[in-house]
Design a binder for this molecule. Structure first.
Ligand SMILES: C[S@@+](CC[C@H](N)C(=O)[O-])C[C@H]1O[C@@H](n2cnc3c(N)ncnc32)[C@H](O)[C@@H]1O
Length: 287
């Protein structure tokens, strides 16, 4: 982080003064000390302040495919730039959680200057205390150990919630995608649903016997065995994105087919596909 602080210092300082979103305005506001000027590298509760580069912020919001119906939370919001960009450039409703009171006030002033105070709320609080469970997208520029500390909370969020970080990964939870902007590496994850366990399938064509699917799961990585036509086969190319589970199997004539289902608690429903949908299936978790 120290290296990054030095590297980003001049770029960030220039970006802040050149970007109209952050330009000083003469308009009066009751949101704290108008003259407050944060220093890049100033201490924060758990991590110092270093603003995300504009291009990185844009790439982070793009990889998460942020859209107007999204609720974006930036954990450790700094001057509010990611929350502001999510609202201003992507039309989302956004929240920034910032511990430092003066910084939170600055972020609020910046939302007003950017004309998005109706879409952005800055919360002066601790990311380890505030509730951000309603987020559909979470952005973070923290530290590796903080990412790991907040990871259990993130993994309990609704399947399909998108997470993007600037610079730091999440340990053994491998990212679903990465971004490399030339300024910094970024990482993207989708909170996985719970696919693990034994499932009983209904509707599989060509099978008289009970069809079962036994899945093991580590984060979004899924593997398993399909018991079909009285034989067991390993499923292939399995992907789990939120609640969407897809994998390939071989049917009774050794044709490669895709099962594409959406998990809903202890049930799933979806299709068996070739190039297009062939027929519908359902699944129930065996007790
Ligand atoms: C590296 S900066 C990132 C700022 C902003 N997210 C960005 O990308 O430009 C981290 C920010 O987190 C804040 N922070 C540190 N610990 C925090 C905590 N426990 N809760 C809320 N904010 C915190 C710091 O004050 C700082 O503004």
């Amino acid at each position: 982080m120290k290296f990054r602080v030095l590297l980003s210092f001049s770029v960030v300082a220039a970006a802040l003064t050149m970007n109209p979103v952050f330009a000083q305005s003469a308009e009066s506001t009751k949101l704290g000390d108008e003259k407050y000027e944060p220093r890049v590298g100033q201490s924060g509760k758990d991590v110092i302040w270093v603003p995300t580069n504009d291009a990185v912020a844009d790439a982070m919001l793009k990889v998460a495919k942020v859209k107007p119906t999204d609720i974006v939370y930036d954990l450790g919001a700094g001057d509010g730039k990611i929350a502001i960009a999510a609202a201003k450039n992507f039309g989302a409703t956004s929240f920034g959680i910032e511990y430092n009171k003066e910084m939170a006030e600055l972020a609020r002033r910046n939302t007003e200057r950017a004309g998005v105070s109706d879409k952005v709320k800055i919360i002066n609080g601790d990311i380890f205390v505030e509730d951000f469970s309603k987020a559909t997208v979470v952005t973070m520029y923290l530290l590796p150990d903080l990412n790991l500390k907040i990871r259990p909370t993130i993994l309990k969020m609704a399947p399909g919630t998108r997470i993007v970080t600037n610079s730091f990964n999440m340990g053994d939870w491998e990212p679903d995608d990465t971004i490399g902007t030339g300024y910094a590496q970024g990482y993207f994850w989708v909170v996985p649903g719970n696919a693990a366990g034994k499932w009983i399938l209904k509707g599989m064509e060509g099978s008289q016997q009970q069809v079962t699917l036994e899945l093991t799961q580590r984060y979004q990585k899924v593997g398993g065995v399909l018991n079909l036509y009285g034989k067991s086969q390993s499923i292939l190319s399995a992907t789990l994105s939120g609640n969407r589970l897809k994998f390939t199997f071989l049917d009774h004539s050794n044709q490669s087919r895709i099962i594409d289902v959406t998990l809903n608690g202890n049930e799933f429903s979806g299709q068996v596909l070739e190039n297009s949908a062939l027929y519908s299936i359902t699944g129930t978790r065996a007790q």
